[in-house]
Design a binder for this molecule. Structure first.
Ligand code: ADP
Length: 507
């Protein structure tokens, strides 16, 4: 077994095997063998590891140790002198590796037979001082916490800041402020005013965390000077001394604004999906009831008419058939309107028309309706005194809305009054339909304008209707540039107001 794994193939006789058993030595140190004239004969693998040179790269023509840059001329000359005297030589020197790094080595030169010598390189590891070690750890630690995107703040047991990372200082605009030893309240004046409340809130949650003696976690909203709100998922970690007194509080917060927004969107989407599922079931239940009731009446009385001979009964049966056919027709028209609105295919005309004339025309059908609906106890009165007032919209659709609002007023009023009033404003006109009916609870006011929404489950049975009229009416009014508003008091009555613009809407 040779001294080194690789031989200088250019002069194999130089790779002498008779230098004794250097095996262990060979694994411990970088070793080089050279001729007395300084030309390198060979070096070991550790030499390659330390200095970066490979035997193979010289292709058998190894340079001198000075040429390679391993030792200076002066050192070589000192080595040469010692070797000539058959003495060992030792020194400490800086060596530049092939990679350009400088490193300190203890160099030992020992003469070998045949005018050769051996160089042993022992790296000098500079012992670090405790201070250097501590500085290095501190640097590493600061590097670590300052690179963290999370905000980190260490406080002492009295809430005074000890250390805050860059993210924390950036967030609260405290860069350059000497925060050490200051509490949140002390620091509040140094930060932007939007953060002041957050600082005071933070002191409260810190105190809560100390009292509960466990790691606390919760979302905290931090406003920004730009008017945004950032949501932080904040951990507070209380650390106690052995005697139970307060030592440190570590506050770590992560910006979860986007995350929470996504969660919220998903939740809303889920609620919407559940709601539309519920509405679908409600639609099917309502529709089957609303279709079956008039159809049963039509089929039943149509059968009876055949057998009936009394003319007045036949007239009554045909009135019932006619009435129920109209209910069916209205329902089908409502469904048709809803599908047009949903498909954004509803065509609305915008032109000037006389709203007083239109309201009167609508009212003309109601004495007949009151009779059919058996609402003879209700006093339906038109209090509109103006001769003519021009509004903008689609007359056909305005009539539909007014018919719906007056029908509802009659439907949900047992006895009393249904009044039609008008408020004429410079840029818009309001038609009010006021009733003394059952009224609507405040929490249901917005809800009744949604499709298939009826105040009470039972009201469907009691009053009939599919819950589409107001939803259609409101959307039609909005298409015309107007709106429908409602004021109501439970048990006292309601006022539905149709608002229409006076100037023609241009799209
Ligand atoms: P429908 O009358 O077919 O139920 P609408 O959409 O017209 O559907 O009305 C929705 C719901 O609003 C009604 O079921 C009722 O609960 C409530 N509502 C509408 N108008 C009145 C009113 N004048 N008085 C009391 N409640 C009303």
């Amino acid at each position: 077994m040779g001294l080194f794994g690789k031989k200088n193939s250019g002069n194999s006789s130089r790779a002498d095997l008779s230098y004794g058993d250097y095996k262990g030595f060979n694994q411990l140190y970088a070793i080089l063998i050279a001729q007395i004239d300084g030309i390198i004969i060979t070096f070991n693998d550790l030499f390659s590891v330390h200095f970066g040179y490979q035997l193979a790269e010289f292709d058998g023509n190894l340079p001198g140790i000075v040429q390679l840059g391993i030792v200076s001329k002066e050192t070589y000359s000192a080595i040469y002198t010692s070797i000539q005297l058959s003495e060992a030589y030792s020194t400490e020197l800086q060596i530049k590796t092939k990679r350009g790094e400088m490193a300190t080595y203890k160099l030992k030169a020992a003469p070998l037979p045949d005018n050769k010598f051996l160089l042993v390189f022992d790296p000098v590891r500079k012992e670090k001082t405790i201070v250097e070690d501590a500085n290095e750890s501190n640097k590493l630690f600061m590097e670590l916490i300052n690179q963290m995107p999370d905000i980190i703040c260490f406080k002492d047991g009295f809430g005074k800041w000890l250390l805050a990372n860059t993210a924390d200082l950036n967030l609260f605009q405290l860069k350059g402020v000497n925060y050490v030893g200051k509490t949140d309240a002390d620091l509040a004046p140094f930060t932007h005013e939007v953060y002041r409340q957050a600082f005071l809130n933070c002191m409260e949650t810190d105190e809560k965390c100390w009292n509960e003696k466990v790691i606390s976690r919760g979302d905290e909203i931090i406003p920004t000077p730009a008017g945004e709100q950032i949501m932080f998922d904040v951990f507070k970690i209380p650390v106690f001394n052995a005697d139970g007194s307060r030592k440190n509080l570590i506050v770590i917060g992560r910006d979860v604004t986007e995350h929470r927004k996504t969660e919220n969107d998903l939740l809303l989407a889920k609620q919407k999906a559940e709601e539309s599922d519920r509405l679908k079931s409600a639609f099917l239940a309502t529709m089957s009831h609303e279709l079956r009731t008039p159809l049963n009446a039509i089929i039943g009385f149509a059968t009876l008419i055949f057998e009936e001979e009394d003319l007045s009964d036949i007239r009554e049966f045909s009135r019932i058939i006619n009435n129920n056919s109209n209910v069916l027709l209205n329902l089908i028209e409502d469904i048709f309107d809803i599908s047009l609105i949903e498909a954004q295919q509803m065509q609305i005309e915008h032109h000037k028309f006389d709203i007083v004339k239109t309201a009167n025309e609508v009212l003309e059908i109601f004495p007949h309706e009151i009779h059919i609906l058996d609402k003879l106890d209700i006093d339906l009165r038109n209090l509109i005194s103006e001769k003519e007032v021009f509004a903008s919209g689609d007359v056909y659709r305005v009539k539909q809305i007014l018919t719906n609002l007056i029908s509802n007023a009659l439907k949900f009023t047992i006895k009393g009054q249904v009044l039609l009033k008008m408020n004429n404003h410079p840029d818009h006109v309001e038609i009010e339909i006021e009733d003394t009916g059952i009224g609507i609870a405040p929490d249901k006011i917005d809800f009744i304008f949604q499709m298939f929404q009826q105040v009470e489950e039972g009201s469907k049975r009691k009053y009939g209707g599919a819950g589409l009229g107001l939803s259609i009416s409101k959307q039609l009014a909005v298409f015309m540039g107007g709106d429908i508003k409602v004021k109501s008091e439970l048990g006292k009555g309601s006022v539905f107001t149709l608002i229409l613009p006076k100037s023609v809407k241009t799209e």
